[in-house]
Design a protein around this ligand. Structure first.
Ligand code: DC
Length: 224
């Protein structure tokens, strides 16, 4: 297979990462989860007791942050100043921090080359919010994966309950709506579909059917 880049963008909870992971495995190419990069910056800010909206302070901290990605047994691991923080970035607090720090243009600029470099030499599936629009505008395949806020909240709620967390559905839905608004209304690289992206709304279909549709899209785009 010749080198290709597959960009999957969309709001949180649309199932991008599960689909991207499954695809990366079957195509034997790497999966780059760019949300993890923003989460790692969010974690650094949180650990240092800085408020997630303190823009000036966060910008001044960037030179102290080193974010690196590595693949161990096929899984992405993320390192913050040499420490593997992969297991520490998936909390609700860090989700909020990631969403806030990602609205700062200087943070986005700081993380751009790291993301582009990942796709320079090898084929990738990269998911995020601005992959098709900003990070990899020349990607061969661009998919904008979405679902209604209610469907995404229901899936997330189920996941959290299965993990043994005590959460209320309405709170999960409110957090999703806040994050959507935050991510899609920011001035720099907001969440939006690229003009040449295929929109895939999976509100009414399950993960297996979503994967099948994605495979069809990739096939049609790579045979054009
Ligand atoms: O995909 P995720 O939920 O792990 O992403 C966490 C936050 O990072 C999300 O709320 C917005 C931000 N993000 C971004 O701005 N651009 C990306 N390419 C990926 C994530």
């Amino acid at each position: 297979m010749k080198k290709i880049a597959i960009a999957i963008d969309g709001p949180s909870g649309a199932g991008k990462s599960s689909i991207a992971k499954a695809l990366a495995k079957s195509l034997n190419i790497i999966y780059v989860d760019t949300g993890a990069i923003y989460r790692t910056v969010g974690l650094y800010v949180y650990r240092n007791g800085v408020e997630s909206r303190d823009k000036e302070k966060i910008i001044s901290m960037l030179p102290d942050i080193s974010v690196k990605l590595a693949y161990i047994d096929g899984a992405q691991h993320i390192f913050l100043n040499g420490e593997d923080v992969s297991g520490l970035i998936r909390t609700e607090t860090i989700s909020r921090y990631a969403s806030d720090v990602s609205a700062i243009p200087e943070v986005r600029a700081f993380l751009l080359s790291l993301q582009r470099d990942m796709a320079k030499e090898t084929s990738v599936i990269m998911d995020g919010r601005d992959i098709g629009t900003v990070v990899l505008p020349d990607a061969e395949v661009k998919i904008f994966m979405t679902a209604s806020a209610e469907v995404r909240a229901r899936r997330r709620y189920k996941e959290l309950i299965e993990k043994g967390e005590s959460v209320v559905y309405e709170d999960v839905l409110a957090a999703i709506i806040t994050r959507d608004t935050n991510d899609s209304t920011r001035a720099t690289a907001p969440l939006k579909a690229a003009d040449d992206a295929v929109i895939l709304d999976n509100s009414e279909i399950n993960a297996e059917e979503t994967l099948n549709r994605v495979i069809d899209i990739i096939r049609s785009k790579t045979q054009e």
